[in-house]
Design a binder for this molecule. Structure first.
Ligand SMILES: [Zn+2]
Length: 182
C-alpha cells in the first residue's frame, strides 16, 4: 500500500514515522488519546458487548477516541452517553495506559492509543441502560474484582479495571480531577 502526504498529496517513502520527500512535512507515528468510562456502583462495573470490529463480541469498557480539542475525561463521559444512552460524570482519574486499536495495516503500521480511564458516577443510578445498536449489543454489570475473560482491548482494560478496583477498595474513588473549565 502507498501512503500519501496530507499536506501535499505526494507518495511517502514509507509508513510513518517518515518525512515527505516532496514538501518536507514530517509524518509522526503518535498514539491517539482516548477516554474510558469506568462506571462503578456497589462493587460492580458496567461493561458493554461490542457490536463492531475490532474485538466484536468482546466485553468492553465504554469509551473511545477524543475529538480534536476534547479532554479524555470529557470523551469518556460523551462516549458513555453515545454507547449506552445514560449520562454520568467523572469522579476520579484512574490512570493512563498504552494500547493498540485493531490489527496492523498491510504495511505493518498500528493505531496506538493512550487511554485515560476515569471512575464515572451515573447521574441517575436507576436510569435504564439503552445500548446503541451501532456500538453495543448489550450492557451488563460485572463484579469489578472479576472482569470477564473475553475482554476487549485487554492490554489496557485489564490493568485499568484492576486499578479501579484497588481505588474503590482503598476509598480513593473521589478525585482528584482536572478542572472542568475547558
Ligand atoms: Zn508532502
Amino acid at each position: 500500500m502507498i501512503r500519501h502526504c496530507w499536506r501535499c498529496a505526494a507518495a511517502l517513502p514509507g509508513p510513518p514515522p517518515t518525512t515527505c520527500a516532496s514538501c518536507g512535512e514530517v509524518h509522526y507515528a503518535n498514539p491517539k488519546p482516548c477516554g474510558d468510562a469506568v462506571v462503578v456502583d456497589g462493587g460492580r462495573v458496567l461493561l458493554l458487548r461490542r457490536a463492531r470490529e475490532p474485538d466484536i463480541g468482546a466485553w468492553d469498557v465504554p469509551g473511545g477516541f477524543c475529538e480534536a480539542d476534547e479532554h479524555p475525561m470529557h470523551a469518556a463521559e460523551r462516549e458513555l452517553a453515545e454507547e449506552l444512552g445514560v449520562t454520568g460524570h467523572a469522579v476520579a482519574y484512574i490512570g493512563t495506559w498504552m494500547d493498540v486499536y485493531g490489527p496492523p495495516a498491510p504495511d505493518g503500521t498500528l493505531i496506538h492509543t493512550a487511554v485515560s480511564g476515569y471512575l464515572i458516577a451515573l447521574d441517575d443510578p436507576d436510569a435504564e441502560l439503552a445500548p446503541q445498536a451501532q456500538e453495543a449489543t448489550e450492557a451488563r454489570w460485572f463484579e469489578l474484582q472479576r472482569p470477564p475473560e473475553h475482554l476487549a482491548f485487554a492490554r489496557h482494560a485489564r490493568p485499568l479495571l484492576a486499578a479501579a478496583a484497588a481505588m474503590v477498595a482503598d476509598g480513593r474513588d473521589a478525585g482528584p480531577l482536572p478542572d472542568r473549565t475547558w
